[in-house]
Design a protein around this ligand. Structure first.
Ligand code: GUN
Length: 297
């Protein structure tokens, strides 16, 4: 039976709940004279990255936390970027450092991420922290995957024993979320299948999912042919598509064709307003977590 009343998972509301839950910890830090601080490094003028960085700065301001964005021109050389990270590593104002991705192609993303002191890795993307994540050791988790776990938790969607199909194998989303969902933990215990551009018969695998996570970066790629009735859909995509009727000349769509699947699914995240706000609140959570660590005090 088609479900004409699916749960629309509201990332803005859940993100506010997460932020509210951090307030007592922020107050405890304030009693010790500590204001969690984040340095955001933006290289170049990618329009979407500029928007994300602006949203992060506003979210920190709203929580009365400290953040500074260091905006470098797109042709900034490797040494300058690495020296900047070095300086930020040594600067006590900053408990967290985030390098906005993607970087211009002449810079090696992995080299830059590896330069960040793992104790200041607000994105949880340093190999040491990803290693800890895989081993189930405490550390900062990548923000978007962590945000997805929170969306599921706050929506009372249990992952234990479920078949989760992840479409996409990026370092930022696909690989870590697949790993977290398979972990022996309250937010894991799922059976996970990772699909990607070389997967054969993607639609039939996706249709086996109890929870389908789309993180491929292709506008409205997932439609009803990929979705089993009653599935939960987490749409990680944020894609700009031309729309002459829109004020800015474009609109944002996810990797999922929302209208095509909404009557089949039991729950779905919208774009915008689903995963996006969670990425920001988990960045705040990571910065608070790093500020609490003895290494930074
Ligand atoms: N670009 C898109 N999403 C992200 C993210 O979560 N972290 C960073 N550093 N860059 C991004």
């Amino acid at each position: 039976m088609p479900n004409s009343n699916p749960l629309i998972i509201d990332g803005k509301v859940i993100s506010e709940k997460v932020c509210d839950s951090l307030k007592p910890r922020i107050e405890r830090l304030a009693e010790k004279g500590i204001v969690p601080g984040l340095a955001v490094v933006l290289v170049g003028d990618d329009p979407a990255s500029k928007v994300y960085v602006g949203m992060k700065a506003r979210a920190f301001e709203k929580m009365k936390l400290y953040s500074e964005t260091i905006h470098l021109p797109k042709d900034t050389d490797r040494e300058t970027v690495l020296n900047l990270i070095d300086d930020l590593n040594k600067n006590d104002k900053f408990h967290g450092i985030l390098v906005q991705l993607p970087l211009p192609s002449h810079l090696d993303e992995m080299e830059v991420i590896m330069k960040i002191n793992p104790d200041k890795d607000a994105d949880g993307l340093h190999p040491l922290n990803l290693g800890k994540m895989i081993l189930g050791v405490d550390g900062p988790l990548p923000c978007t995957p962590h945000g997805i776990l929170m969306l599921l938790k706050y929506s009372d969607i249990d992952t234990s024993g479920k078949h989760c199909v992840v479409i996409g194998r990026s370092n930022i989303v696909g690989k870590p979320i697949a790993n977290l969902l398979a972990q022996k933990s309250a937010s894991g215990n799922a059976t996970v299948t990772v699909c990607h551009s070389r997967t054969r018969d993607l639609q039939s695998i996706a249709r086996q999912a109890d929870i389908l996570i789309a993180a491929i970066g292709r506008p409205e790629f997932v439609d009803h042919r990929f979705v089993r009735e009653g599935a939960v859909i987490i749409d990680v995509g944020v894609n700009r598509v031309d729309d002459p009727t829109a004020k800015r000349g474009y609109r944002l769509v996810g990797d999922v064709n929302f209208d095509d699947v909404k009557d089949i699914v039991s729950a779905i995240t919208p774009v915008p307003g689903g995963v996006g706000p969670m990425t920001i609140s988990m960045l705040i959570a990571n910065t608070v977590y790093l500020a609490e660590k003895p290494a930074s005090n």
